[in-house]
Design a protein around this ligand. Sequence first.
Ligand SMILES: [Zn+2]
Length: 476
Amino acid sequence: MELRVLGGVREIGGNRILLRSSNESIFLDYGKNFLREEEFFQRPFMSPSFSEDYLKTGLISSLEHENLRGVLISHAHQDHWGYLNLLPQGIEVYMGEAAGKIIGANVELGYAEEVLHTIRTFRTGDTISLGDFSIVPIHVDHSVPGSYGFLIECGNIKLAYTGDLRMHGPRRDMTLDFIDEAASMGVDALIMEATKVAPENDPETSIIRLLETRLFYRWGVEPPKRIKFELSNEEEVTERIKSVCEGSDSIILIETSSSDADRIRSVFEAAKKLSRVLVMDERMAFINEAMKGAGIDGLPGIGDYLLWRRKRRGEGEERTSSRERRGMRIFIERFEDLSGEEAIIQGERRAEIFKEPHNFLVLTSNATRFLYEIPMDAKVRLDFILSRSESFSEESALSLDRLMNWLLLYGVRRYYRIHVSGHMMPEQMGEFVESINPGRIIPIHTEHPDLFDAFVPRRMRDLIILPEYGKLIKLG
Ligand SMILES: [Zn+2]
């Protein structure tokens, strides 16, 4: 067996790992590469929309589709599945059930391109046979439900791939299952995510510094001060939200990823402890409902929250329907049936929650968008909590810039960063690789693979293969 890493090399995400036997090949993940795309395209004016655009810029290559037997998706983050629509028809695509539901919901909302392939779902411990390859998915803990790592056998070679995972999350037991299975199988190579490996001056801090300086030079204003809490597990998130918000007479606004079920649960708990009514924006609510449909427990149900409807151009007028909106309309109708019209916040009513700010906690996947939707006559007093991971590209710096400006507009002088990462802490990577004890280690999904060796036991450093983009790695 041989492999090529075609994405996730010296970058976070865009994972595409091509495994090849003498006859055929499979892909582990088929992720969108946001960073590389930005090098050539600019949305929405110059968006890549056809396979040709990707082929001519080398973002994908037609060679990689030769004798391709199937694609295995580790989880529902776009940097792991976002290029599925570029695969030729007839390729078999496998993923967990929850991943399928989350992806489907995002496509429905128009946040992702439609996947036209038949998706086959698997459960932990299943064996998937794809020609020369035999693959066993094992559940792992990550910031989205339905995340898996894979154990692969081909000929006499055994390989483990982590996908994205962590050891400090609420479902640590699942990651431990992966470790046990990989260890007892005895793998020749381990392809592992190393997102959090970074030098001390992390990009997050430097970008915020840059932003502060720019805002000050340009407009003479200081951006809101960011108060960061380093938390080590999800339970602390609920407690910290509670402690920073207790006694506040402002609206509490929290931004997080719409597919982070653990975080939604923590925020829901915090709202209950603070005796505040949870308000969710429609994307958040829609994806939440999809995750509930996949059997994910503890999430708020219809009746537990109010729905903040997105403001649309020409609001109030009847608009022509499109495919993306149909699913949302069905959801809204169901929501209205179960919760009543008064549970939907739209139009004039948007100003109302600001009349009793101490009663509400708003959970959104896009705080900037929420702030922009606040009616002009609302008297706004709000506390803001940023509770998501950020990928630090120029584009995301710009969007952070906008968020800061909106916050300033509403007089927010400080905000809180309360977050626990979905990725393994570097300090735990040594224990992780020692337990699995692989023949070789290939760190990917990090901007600093060259620093990875600092986190593994010295005797294992020689086992590390630093992948290069597209370069052949032979295993046995
Ligand atoms: Zn991920």
